[in-house]
Design a protein around this ligand. Structure first.
Ligand SMILES: NC(=O)c1ccc[n+]([C@@H]2O[C@H](COP(=O)([O-])OP(=O)(O)OC[C@H]3O[C@@H](n4cnc5c(N)ncnc54)[C@H](O)[C@@H]3O)[C@@H](O)[C@H]2O)c1
Length: 259
């Protein structure tokens, strides 16, 4: 799909990858860009930089009613939604199974249900028009896990699975679905360091946007700004036990560093 003249909604649009995508959609000639974020002030800043074609909306994606209100406001302003970029995410505290349920719960919602709720809100209209694009920002951690955080790795797998399921069920009905799985990107999320995700370098949101736009143009499922991820994913698929052995080594190194 080409972006020109399309209306795009970006969640988590106030910062990092989301802000980069909102700006890129505008530069590619989108007819409208909705910058949605729980932080309205920052979303307004991104929208102001884009100009008249942008609308900032406060939306907490961990609440279905907020997503429904976002979709309503986007339609009121621009008439339709062609592209929904479901991107908001949190890193939370690092750790394993001991981390509190409240953190797991919010990650299940933000990295899992938010994509389901968004699809539920935008797909009927896209199906009627026979066209639409839905992009989920997961993470390389959704394909390969991550040693620093159990809830992040686990819930990002859910994000990949939601995107995959949507592509399976709706791909022949005109709705394109892609899944963005970067390793480390230079954003607020990686301000305190990149951890194991930084192994293949840290990209800028602009570099990520290049890959997303190209992936959308080709309508492929996986957007992999770090090409190494495809290689690791293949290694995992071809010898799961060997791959797990390598990850155990990484986990041991991480725990040793932590002391
Ligand atoms: N930065 C990385 O290295 C990296 C790597 C892989 C995947 N990701 C994913 O990319 C996405 C964007 O992250 P980023 O790196 O740009 O981080 P970021 O912190 O710069 O941006 C995240 C944005 O999401 C917003 N947000 C958080 N919770 C929200 C909620 N409940 N409702 C609405 N908005 C909410 C924040 O206010 C913020 O503006 C996330 O899903 C993240 O998991 C990031």
């Amino acid at each position: 799909m080409e972006i020109r003249n399309k209306v795009a909604v970006v969640t988590g649009g106030a910062s990092g990858i989301g802000a980069g995508m909102a700006e890129r959609f505008a530069r590619e000639g989108a007819a409208g860009v909705v910058v949605a974020d729980v932080n309205l002030e920052r979303a307004q800043g991104v929208a102001a930089a884009i100009g008249e074609r942008a609308l900032a909306v406060r939306c907490d994606v961990s609440r279905e009613t907020d997503i429904q209100a976002l979709v309503r406001q986007a339609r009121e302003r621009f008439g339709r939604i062609d592209i929904y970029f479901s991107n908001a995410g949190i890193l939370g505290r690092m750790g394993g199974i001991e981390l509190e349920d409240a953190l797991w719960d919010s990650m299940w919602k933000i990295h899992g249900m938010a994509h389901v709720w968004a699809a539920r809100a935008v797909f009927p209209e896209m199906l009627e028009r026979g066209e639409g694009y839905f992009v989920v920002t997961a993470s390389a951690a959704g394909l390969l896990n991550i040693v620093e955080s159990a809830p992040y790795g686990v819930t990002k797998h859910a994000a990949v699975a939601v995107a995959e399921w949507l592509r399976i069920a709706y791909g022949r009905k005109g709705i394109r679905v892609s899944c963005l799985c970067p390793q480390s990107v230079q954003t607020d999320m990686t301000r305190d360091g990149t951890g194991s995700a930084g192994v293949d370098g840290v990209l800028t949101p602009d570099q990520v946007a290049d890959v997303v736009v190209q992936t959308m143009r080709e309508e492929r499922f996986l957007a992999l700004p770090h090409p190494e991820v495809a290689k690791y994913f293949q290694a995992k698929g071809s010898d799961y036990d060997r791959w797990l052995g390598g990850m155990q080594k990484l986990y041991a190194q991480h725990m040793e560093r932590k002391g």
